[in-house]
Design a protein around this ligand. Structure first.
Ligand code: ARG
Length: 461
């Protein structure tokens, strides 16, 4: 730290060093820090603030430092606090006093937010790519199960038969919104903060547009105080990740349920399950459970940063160093979850005999029976009441609806005719033929659209 302690008579206490250092975790920002510094030095030379030779030495030194770090040869020092000071100190060690010119027209305050933005932009691009992959797996599952019937639930009670493809595609839609949110977030991250200095801007003739272009930012910040005090983009990423994890946790819960003996709809591949240390028969859906569980920590990171930022006066405050661990953890957790989910789902075996026999349970056709009576001229409420009584009768007599005789049907409404037996799970599904419905035709259309969508996204990349 001594390089910035001119005004002090003492070095910081050991406990302060340990308490304030972030190098243990912010070292992963090094590629971004170095990329930012290289462009900053290049710009300083272009503007005549340092000479081309000086910039050349700085860029050379930084390039070597990047290599040292990537090869594990760099010695990080806690007493140098963070990645920025570690790299700068090493640069000075390597190239001498010229290295001391790098930090001209820059502050760690605009430097750190630059690094975090560059990191965030990469994280968003990768998150979107992983979500797209999972969407691809869901579409494959949907294609494989475009005729597989499964009960659809509300209140976790069997409600109406649906196609399993329709169920999988519901998650495709959720993930599609997640992608849109990340893209939207990317647009706001894409604003260059460098050039804001500590908070007030810098007193040199810098070239911000040049730096923005070189570093791949679409816009430059318009207020230096906001730029160094802004952590919205991290909160936004964490909010997008929270929503995405929430979606994955719902799917996780369904996998947990479906793989239980009670449902018995799916079997997870051995590679994606674990055993019990005591019960030899167990095959546990730990991946799904962990995804459900990790959703909590992703929400926690979001809450933590919102709380850290709450009430902070302008501009930079050291509190903001607390943005990092939660952010890195959220990025790592989301990516790992998406990756393992992709494997778990692409190896999932659906027990179609089980889903189909559950999906054919006749009580789920009650709505269709009411619709049938409506088509025979009965008012919907009257039909609903009649079918309610019919179901009650069937349950009492331990019969499925399709096992009732026409005479029995007619006790509940004279409108029943022989064609009532044409009501099946398949006819129920076929009938729901509006956009967004589970009809075979509609689901095929959704699959085709989803495939086209994915193809366009992969062409965009
Ligand atoms: N390690 C600091 C952080 O992550 C870098 C910025 C330090 N700025 C300062 N004025 N102390 O926020």
């Amino acid at each position: 730290m001594s390089q910035i302690r001119g005004r002090f008579k003492k070095e910081p206490d050991e406990s302060v060093l340990a308490y304030s250092a972030s190098i243990q975790y912010d070292r992963r920002l090094y590629p971004y820090d170095i990329a930012g510094s290289i462009i900053h030095a290049t710009m300083l030379a272009k503007q005549g603030i340092i000479t081309e030779d000086e910039a050349g030495l700085i860029v050379g030194g930084l390039t070597e430092i990047a290599k040292e770090i990537s090869q594990g040869k760099f010695r990080f020092k806690v007493e140098l606090e963070d990645i920025h000071m570690n790299i700068e100190a090493r640069l000075i060690e390597k190239i001498g006093d010229v290295g001391k010119k790098l930090h001209t027209a820059r502050s760690r305050n605009d430097q750190v937010v630059l690094d975090m933005k560059l990191f965030a932009k990469d994280a968003i691009v990768h998150s979107i790519a992983y979500i797209l992959e999972l969407q691809g797996t869901l579409v494959n599952l949907a294609s494989a199960h475009k005729d597989t019937i499964i009960p659809g639930y509300t209140h976790l009670q069997r409600a109406q038969p649906v196609l399993l493809a329709h169920h999988f595609l519901a998650y495709f839609e959720m993930l599609g919104r997640d992608i849109e949110r990340f893209q939207d977030c990317l647009d706001r991250v894409d604003v260059l903060p460098l050039g804001s200095g500590a908070l007030a801007g810098v007193a040199y003739n810098i070239a911000r547009q040049f730096v923005a272009k070189e570093l791949g930012f679409r816009r430059i910040s318009q207020n230096s105080m906001d730029a160094v005090a802004d952590r919205d983009f991290i909160i936004e990423y964490e909010a997008c990740a929270s929503l995405c994890m929430m979606h994955l946790s719902r799917l996780a819960e369904e996998i947990v349920l479906w793989s239980s003996s009670e449902f018995d709809f799916v079997e997870l591949d051995d590679a994606y399950t674990t055993g019990s240390s005591i019960m030899p028969q167990k095959k546990n859906p730990d991946v799904a459970e962990l995804a459900r569980g990790k959703t909590g920590r992703v929400y926690g990171n979001l809450m933590a940063l919102l709380t850290t930022m709450k009430g902070l006066p302008l501009a930079y405050n050291r509190d903001m160093q607390e943005d990092k661990e939660g952010f890195f953890d959220t990025v790592d957790t989301l990516m790992a979850t998406l990756e393992v989910f992709n494997g778990m789902l692409s190896t999932l075996r659906v027990k179609t005999d089980k889903t189909t026999s559950a999906g054919r349970q006749s009580y789920m056709l009650a709505t269709d029976m009411a619709d049938y009576l409506v088509k025979k001229g009965v008012a919907f409420r009257t039909a609903h009441a009649a079918i309610g009584k019919l179901v009650c009768y069937a349950i009492k007599n331990d019969k499925g609806l399709s096992e009732l005789t026409l005479k029995e049907y007619q006790k509940f409404s004279p409108a029943f005719k022989k064609d009532v037996y044409k009501i099946t799970a398949e006819s129920s599904i076929t009938a729901r033929d509006n956009t967004g419905g589970t009809a075979y035709k509609q689901v095929m259309r959704q699959i085709t659209a989803a495939k086209k969508n994915l193809k366009e996204s992969s062409n965009d990349e």
